[in-house]
Design a protein around this ligand. Structure first.
Ligand code: FAD
Length: 435
């Protein structure tokens, strides 16, 4: 990185988190006469919408996670610090960071953008995380990939039919877009790759169950798209169980209970339970509540003013999944637009211009992919699925990836899948043999 010589009189802008929101804020400040320090606990910018493709051996981790230093190499006024922000002191205007070497550091700021996003939530059952990995970080996706691939290998090595059945049963808890995408992609992996390569069992022996406590699969989408998703998942052999909540998860399976009838509990023996049921805002939300008196909404997000700042702190902005901005959903597009807006507000102030006072969201809709040739797209009143939905999905996702090298790598892997059914990223790297 070519860090510009910091000038003592320049404003110091600190951005916590270089995900969708934080990165846009940094970029919006590229021409401003400020010094920007980006602090993140990981060294990369993660494109979370394609995590499930890493988790199922289609894409390599690096394809969706360029390093922050490479992304910001050409931005002369930006620097990167690898560390975990543990506390924000809005009175002294400093953040506490535990840096990668384990040391505590205080970093001062003039303006602060907090874009630390969300973390997996097990609704009070954190121990489930040990056996049912979530899909939020790159590490999570690699853990899931290794777990799934190891399950097939273990099933092949096992002679006891019940044990083999448990290894070939995959339960995805949470049937929102992430759960649907993951279940659909595991099914595609089974039908197009595993079935061809394993002699010990067939695709018919594999059971994939998608569970949700709500009444629908793909809840946030229109009914017509939900129905279309159900049909596709049905065709892929994914069993859907709605109105059922996970009551207990162990290394050997999951106990499910109907939402309104605890007596009908049911245990599914499964060695692979994957968690896509919930996220909660970063703990920095609670920290900000304590230190600034900010209000948290029912989900624990920081309620911000119209310009994304916290009341009484014009210099402290909260954006993305961590913030409640006009009740917008926790999606990449709101986070990106908020980041861009906040960066511009800071740049305008520095250059003596009057910044806009109110963030306005431009709704670009939402999408989810269900199967290799099927995705659903919803933009305002317009809703479509099928191959057209998949084409729109592919264009948008490649377009939003950061870096031409990453776009090319993803396109090559997708082309290999389409032409040869190949999933090349299936080396198991972190799973030890099962005893
Ligand atoms: C599997 C999955 C699929 C998704 N698919 C879609 C989709 O298809 N379309 C869509 O619009 N949205 C999708 N989303 C949601 C979208 O990714 C989020 O809404 C978006 O990432 C929010 O942006 P953000 O900047 O608030 O947080 P993030 O992008 O999550 O970035 C937060 C950053 O902060 C860092 N960080 C966190 N805490 C700290 C700390 N204490 N100190 C230092 N650094 C910290 C993290 O490492 C991370 O880099 C998906 C999410 C997931 C998990």
């Amino acid at each position: 990185m070519t860090a510009a010589a910091s000038q003592a009189d320049r404003r110091q802008v600190v951005v916590v988190g270089a995900g969708f929101g934080g990165l846009q804020a940094v970029r919006a400040l590229s021409d401003a006469p400020v010094d920007v320090l980006v602090i993140d606990r990981v060294n990369h910018h993660l494109f979370q919408p394609l995590l499930y493709q890493v988790a199922t051996g289609l894409l390599a981790p690096g394809d969706i996670a360029p390093t922050l230093r490479s992304v910001l190499a050409k931005q002369a006024n930006a620097r990167v610090l690898l560390g975990d922000v543990t506390h924000i002191d809005p009175i002294d205007r400093r953040v506490e960071v535990v840096t990668v070497d384990g040391q505590k550091q205080d970093v001062s700021y003039d303006d602060l953008v907090v874009a630390a996003g969300a973390e997996p939530s097990y609704f009070g059952h954190d121990d489930w995380g040990d056996v049912a990995p979530a899909m939020k970080t790159l590490q999570n996706a690699v853990t899931i990939r290794d777990k799934v691939l190891t399950a097939f290998e273990t099933a092949a090595a096992t002679t006891d039919p019940d044990t083999r059945r448990a290894w070939l049963t995959f339960v995805v808890v949470g049937a929102g877009p992430t759960g649907v995408e993951l279940a659909g992609q595991v099914a595609a992996l089974v039908h197009r790759t595993v079935d061809r390569e394993f002699d010990e069992f067939t695709a018919d022996d594999v059971r994939i169950v998608l569970v949700d406590a709500g009444p629908h699969v793909l809840g946030p989408f229109k009914p017509s798209l939900r129905r279309s998703a159900r049909r596709t998942l049905d065709r892929l052999g994914v069993e859907m169980m709605v109105h059922r909540a996970a009551k207990d998860i162990t290394a050997d399976g999951v106990l499910l209970a109907p939402i309104d009838d605890q007596s009908g509990q049911q245990r599914i023996a499964a060695k692979s339970v994957l968690w896509t049921a919930g996220v909660a805002p970063s703990p920095l939300a609670k920290d900000l509540e304590t230190t600034t008196g900010a209000t948290l909404d029912h989900a624990g997000k920081v309620v911000v003013r119209d310009d994304c700042s916290i009341a009484g702190h014009d210099e402290l902005f909260v954006i993305g999944d961590l913030a409640n901005v006009h009740d917008l959903p926790g999606l990449a597009e709101p986070a990106m637009q908020e980041g861009k807006f906040v960066g511009k507000v800071i740049a305008d102030r520095v250059s003596g211009q009057v910044p806009k006072r109110q963030f306005k969201y431009r709704d670009l809709g939402m999408m989810a992919t269900i199967a290799p040739r099927e995705a659903v797209t919803q933009i305002g009143p317009i809703a479509f699925g099928g191959l057209l939905g998949k084409a729109a999905w592919a264009v948008v996702h490649v377009g939003f990836l950061v870096g031409w090298g990453n776009r090319l790598a993803v396109l090559i892997d997708w082309a290999q899948l389409a032409l040869r059914g190949a999933r090349r990223q299936r080396a198991i790297i972190s799973q030890t043999p099962q005893h």
